[in-house]
Design a protein around this ligand. Structure first.
Ligand SMILES: [Zn+2]
Length: 210
């Protein structure tokens, strides 16, 4: 199965700026005037950039799965939560937060590498420097669930995203989905086109009247 990092092309473009249960994280929060909570995910930035230079950079699904939540939240900004159930990995959830915008909608089924949104700054009312807050969860928590300072809860309900992605990184591409418009015989919207790259003669196309 295919597992990628959230900032394409992976893993080269992904720089971890705050790690899972990062010992510096509570101090960093205190310096921002926030409660000294623990970090249940990783903060990712585009390699080779600093400040807000990666604002708007695409964020993709790390594995195939269903979008179970896609919405704007105060403080979090735009959040997308995916549910995965994959051979060898079982059920797990990935959360993409502080997005500038979302392109994945609730109910969508995404393949690894399909866009979910773009790197943002969280809630515009109280923006952070641009980064992706990314979580891998082993429990079906609310999209905006925040464990606060409870490190034991984090160890129980979450996985270290960096270790998870390093252990399971698999770039081989077997499927490709394109979206477009088919102009004959009359205008029809392609709502889904899935090409099996192991046998390109096998394509599934879903059509919708425009
Ligand atoms: Zn974070």
């Amino acid at each position: 199965m295919r597992v990628l990092w959230p900032l394409p092309p992976s893993p080269d473009k992904n720089r971890v700026d705050a790690g899972f249960l990062d010992p510096h994280y509570p101090e960093w929060r205190k310096a921002q005037g926030l409660a000294p909570h623990q970090h249940p995910g990783v903060d990712l930035n585009l390699s080779g950039t600093s400040g807000d230079a990666d604002l708007g950079y695409p964020v993709v699904a790390v594995a195939e799965g269903r979008v179970v939540h896609s919405a704007f939240h105060r403080v979090w900004g735009h959040v997308v939560l995916l549910e995965h159930d994959l051979p060898g990995l079982g059920r797990f959830w990935t959360q993409y937060a502080h997005l500038l915008f979302r392109v994945a909608r609730e109910g969508d089924y995404l393949f690894a590498g399909e866009p979910v949104g773009a790197i943002g700054k969280g809630d515009p009312a109280r923006p952070y420097l641009a980064h992706l807050h990314f979580e891998v969860r082993r429990a079906p928590l609310e999209a905006d669930f925040w464990p606060g300072g409870n490190a034991d809860l984090i160890r129980e309900k979450y996985l270290d995203p960096k270790a998870f992605l390093m252990n399971h990184y698999e770039p081989r591409r077997r499927f490709f989905r394109a979206r477009g418009v088919l102009w004959a015989p009359d205008r029809q919207e392609l709502s889904g086109l899935v090409v099996n790259l192991e046998d390109p003669a096998l394509a599934q196309i879903a059509l919708r009247r425009a």
